[in-house]
Design a binder for this molecule. Structure first.
Ligand code: HEM
Length: 501
């Protein structure tokens, strides 16, 4: 009898939640700090007050250097085809379900900036596979602005808010782009209505770069990944943007979370394009140039992703998530794309700075499989590793390597060099894309792009930009020239001097 009432007392007590310090001690008064008498200063011995202020003072961590404004959701990936002939990665095993975390983002704005930004949208997916984590860190288009990682910091500096005013400035952005003709294709995509998605559910995602898939026999295929939205694609027209910002500048987050809360789970189908290594040379552009689409290569569907859960802690999921193109699993490897190669370094590097050396142990980043590396210690380590065999090989340590996880061999030739790629074809696909647009999409593109070009006060930069668009397509360039009050004959003369390459 006595034992029963003791248990009851315990369970009643367990339901009462006391406010505590970070060390778990109950707090007596959370409204009044301790002072020296009624009118005296606060006391150093009020450790609850001091800890509370100290913790508050340290709540912010560095925001991402790009893609700071983002929204995350959990879900699952389910393969729909057997591609074991292409890849040995177990994430593609038919019948399996792999948990995922996805973070959508804008690129240049600060952490709390409006979601209506003339920006690509980040579409980063972390697959928690049975062989460790695999990340596809992509965007909503199959291409990018530049093709060499060495230009990325300059590209970002020119497009982020000005170093003087803290405000984005079209003069700075187009000063960079006037020296970057390879951006013409991406800029043409950026200023269409798709450049302003009305919802994260209404956009596709792309891995952009080529990757290698490797099967159990060691055969290599080059692939590109494409998430196709089952919700369709929809963007805001230029004349709708101002009203949309006025109504709700968090529209993409509110839309995504609203849909998930209502049980209307968004889905994307994963498609791949596949090339034999020998086929890379068959294009009239460089197939490993990320400013190019692999035109004419069919896509095959390999799986479906469903987002079905909103994280219950923004900071610990969306903010502390860490995606990296270098995070791959056996059966998926990097291609020689020069942008991808730089990204293989940059993400894990920035994350060690932004989140600390043990960032992969934060729950949102932690693999679902055991981690048996000999990496140890460092700030905020909670890995719980045991024993004094913190090295490998060891006669005591029984961990073994997995020969099936060894990377493929790639044949190389030539000398070390610093040279631009061949077959740049800077304007070809921008023109093809422009001509594929409907009349309304063309008109909206010209409206949106000319609005920003009209802010460019450097005449030389403005005409150079117009010549790039003219080189892509004469009608495109002529309409832009008209909308920016430029001389079409001067634009044409400049365009004629550009190499079609
Ligand atoms: C060499 C070129 C590039 C470099 C050096 C670079 C660097 C970075 C860095 C440092 C971050 C912040 C990561 C973090 O703090 O966790 C980031 C985020 C991101 N980047 Fe890049 N980036 C490059 C190109 C690209 C390209 C081509 C794409 C698209 C295919 C892309 C997509 C993203 C996405 C989606 C994020 C946000 C990931 C998230 O939601 O946490 N980046 N990038």
């Amino acid at each position: 009898m006595l034992a029963v009432s003791f248990c009851l007392a315990l369970s009643v007590q367990a339901q009462e939640v006391h406010l505590t310090t970070d060390a778990g001690a109950p707090v007596g008064d959370n409204q009044n700090s301790q002072t020296a008498g009624p009118n005296g200063p606060e006391l150093l011995q009020d450790s609850h007050l001091i800890e509370k202020l100290q913790r508050f003072d340290r709540e912010r961590i560095p925001e991402r250097v790009v893609h700071a404004r983002g929204t995350g959701a959990y879900g699952v990936f389910q393969p729909t085809a057997d591609i074991s002939a292409l890849s040995k990665a177990v994430v593609f095993t038919p019948g399996s379900t792999t948990p995922v975390f996805v973070r959508f983002s804008t690129v240049m704005g600060y952490r709390g900036s409006p979601e209506q930004a003339r920006d690509p949208r980040g579409f980063a997916t972390k697959f928690y596979t049975q062989q460790g984590n695999w990340d596809i860190v992509g965007i909503n288009w199959p291409i990018f602005f530049i093709r060499d990682a060495i230009k990325f910091p300059d590209f970002v500096h020119a497009n982020k808010p000005s170093a003087i005013t803290g405000v984005q400035d079209a003069n700075l952005a187009f000063d960079f782009f006037a020296h970057t003709p390879e951006a013409t294709n991406m800029l043409t995509h950026l200023y269409t209505d798709e450049g302003m998605p009305d919802s994260y559910r209404h956009m596709d995602g792309f891995g952009v770069h080529a990757f290698k898939l490797v099967n159990a026999k060691g055969d290599v295929h080059y692939v590109k990944f494409h998430w196709k939205s089952e919700q369709g694609i929809h963007g805001l027209r230029p004349q709708e943007i101002a009203a949309s910002i006025g109504k709700d500048w968090n529209l993409n987050t509110n839309d995504l979370y609203g849909a998930i809360k209502a049980g209307n789970y968004p889905k994307w189908d994963l498609y791949i394009q596949v090339l034999e290594p020998n086929d890379l040379a068959k294009f009239d552009f460089n197939a490993l140039d990320d400013t190019k689409i692999w035109t004419g290569v069919p896509e095959q569907k390999i799986g479906t992703m469903t987002l079905n859960r909103i994280p219950d802690n923004y900071f610990e999921s969306t903010e502390e998530s860490a995606f990296a193109p270098s995070r791959m699993v056996p059966g998926i490897e990097a291609s020689e794309d020069r942008m991808l190669q730089g990204r293989l370094f940059a993400y894990a590097d920035t994350q060690m700075y932004r989140l600390g050396a043990n960032y992969q142990n934060i729950p949102v980043n932690r693999p679902v499989v055991a981690v048996n590396s000999e990496d140890q210690d460092g700030a905020m380590n909670t890995s719980g590793r045991k024993g004094d065999i913190n090295f490998e090989p060891s006669s005591v340590n029984e961990m073994s390597e997995d020969p099936s996880a060894k990377l493929v061999r790639t044949e190389l030739s030539g000398t070390t060099q610093q040279q631009a790629i061949d077959k740049k074809r800077n304007f070809l696909q921008a023109g093809e894309y422009y001509r594929s647009l409907s009349e309304q999409d063309k008109a909206d593109l010209v409206t949106a792009l000319s609005a920003d070009l009209n802010h460019v006060s450097n005449d030389g930069n403005k005409y150079t930009m117009l010549s790039y668009f003219y080189k892509a397509d004469a009608d495109y360039g002529t309409r832009l020239a008209k909308a920016t009050h430029a001389d079409p004959a001067r634009v044409k003369t400049l365009a004629d001097k550009l190499s079609a390459d």
